[in-house]
Design a protein around this ligand. Structure first.
Ligand SMILES: C[S@@+](CC[C@H](N)C(=O)[O-])C[C@H]1O[C@@H](n2cnc3c(N)ncnc32)[C@H](O)[C@@H]1O
Length: 375
């Protein structure tokens, strides 16, 4: 099943859709379901590092199924430290066909002397551009620690209402500071983690989402969590059907390159392209301009993204301070009660790296309208 899943992901399938779909087709014990998921997600994340161990033993490229088998076997040998006799024979059997001999020979050599990749991008298993960019934006130590952390398994936090959410996302909700009776607009709301949590604080939430399928998912999550005073609106956040100056708080949890949540989406690092940060920054600015329009005098605007690029964090911060000088940065909390997530100052906002156990990497900036200064 793991080989089948890897082949589908290689062919363009999304890991978080492919794996559950395959698991649903057969009856495996829970432990086996977890094992398949761990194998497929792990191999998908570490694809490049595994290939760096495999390729020195190949004289020519191999077909997709053989490649998937070799990665799977190498992952078990090198990462899971599965005893070689078990890892090798089970993988050889699973691959089957004419490649059995080759898979057996290569895995045996890797079991005795696994080649160790020397450059960071191969060792950490990311495209060159992600490593280069984060090293430039965060410094080598921070970047390497973040990239290393995102190769681990994602840890989730279950809320009282049953919604599973990342700890850093919950911290962003706290930074919004919504109180009972206020009107809060979440401009990019699906799947609704933050919108449903916000509604829990007694304010009225308008949860906007552009994509119809995702708006339906948001509506399902609204019902599942029993969130009161939460209205789902399908609309483009760049042209909101809301009056100017009408809203107490606006959250722009913007679409972003997602380089802080790669642990959660094992195949995302291979999908996102190097032009994504600039392209998304344009959308982020458009969404913020619209959010600014609907904000009432004295209202609060919160910008957050689950990425770590300077373009989408410090760059947006600078643009906001240049174009909206009447929005004043508010102090962000360093740490929430009971949370392991510690934020560090980043521009006028705050950043958390995905190095804290289980947390995504995120940036948040809280701004308050202090009125148009007389000129
Ligand atoms: C980072 S996700 C939001 C996550 C959500 N706030 C949560 O906590 O569950 C960004 C969302 O914005 C949506 N989106 C993209 N472009 C948009 C637009 N122009 N207007 C509104 N939503 C948009 C995406 O479909 C995606 O669901």
């Amino acid at each position: 099943m793991a080989i089948e899943a890897l082949l589908r992901i290689d062919a363009g399938g999304y890991a978080n859709l492919v794996v559950p779909a395959l698991l649903d087709r057969c009856r495996l014990a829970d432990a086996d379901r977890r094992f398949v998921t761990e194998l497929v997600y792990g191999v998908t994340r570490l694809r490049r590092a595994l290939d760096a161990s495999i390729d020195p033993f190949l004289v020519r490229d191999v077909d997709a199924r053989t490649r998937a088998g070799l990665r799977l076997g190498t992952y078990q040998l090198v990462v899971l430290a599965t005893p070689p006799h078990a890892a090798v024979s089970s993988t050889v059997e699973a691959v089957g066909g004419r490649s059995k001999g080759l898979v057996n020979a290569v895995l045996r050599r890797i079991a005795t002397s696994p080649p160790v990749p020397t450059d960071d991008a191969s060792r950490l298993s990311y495209p060159d551009w992600i490593v280069d960019r984060l090293v430039a934006d965060l410094g080598r130590d921070r970047a390497t620690a973040a990239l290393e952390a995102m190769n681990g398994r994602a840890v989730t936090h279950m809320r009282d209402d049953g919604y599973v959410q990342d700890p850093a996302s919950l911290a962003v909700v706290a930074q919004v500071g919504a109180t009972a009776g206020e009107v809060v607009v979440d401009v990019c709301a699906a799947p609704g983690g933050k919108a449903t949590a916000l509604a829990g604080s007694g304010c009225s939430v308008v949860a906007v989402e552009l994509h119809p399928g995702r708006a339906r998912l948001l509506e399902r999550n609204r019902r599942a969590t029993g969130a009161q005073r939460l209205a789902v609106v399908r609309a483009d956040g760049r042209s909101l059907p809301l009056a100017a100056g009408s809203v107490d708080r606006v959250l722009v949890d913007a679409p972003c390159s997602g380089l802080g949540s790669l642990r959660r989406r094992p195949d995302a690092r291979w999908r996102v392209d190097d032009a994504a940060p600039e392209r998304l920054a344009t959308l982020q600015r458009d969404l913020l301009a619209q959010a600014r329009r609907i904000l009432r005098p004295g209202g609060t605007l919160v910008y957050s993204v689950c990425t770590l690029t300077a373009t989408e964090t410090l760059g947006i911060d600078r643009w906001l301070s240049d174009t909206m000088p009447d929005l004043e940065a508010q102090p962000t909390m360093r740490r929430l009660d009971g949370s392991a997530v510690v934020w560090e100052p980043w521009g006028r906002g705050a950043l958390v790296l995905p190095t804290v156990e289980g947390s995504d990497g995120m940036f948040v900036l809280v701004l308050r309208d202090v009125g148009h200064r007389a000129t």
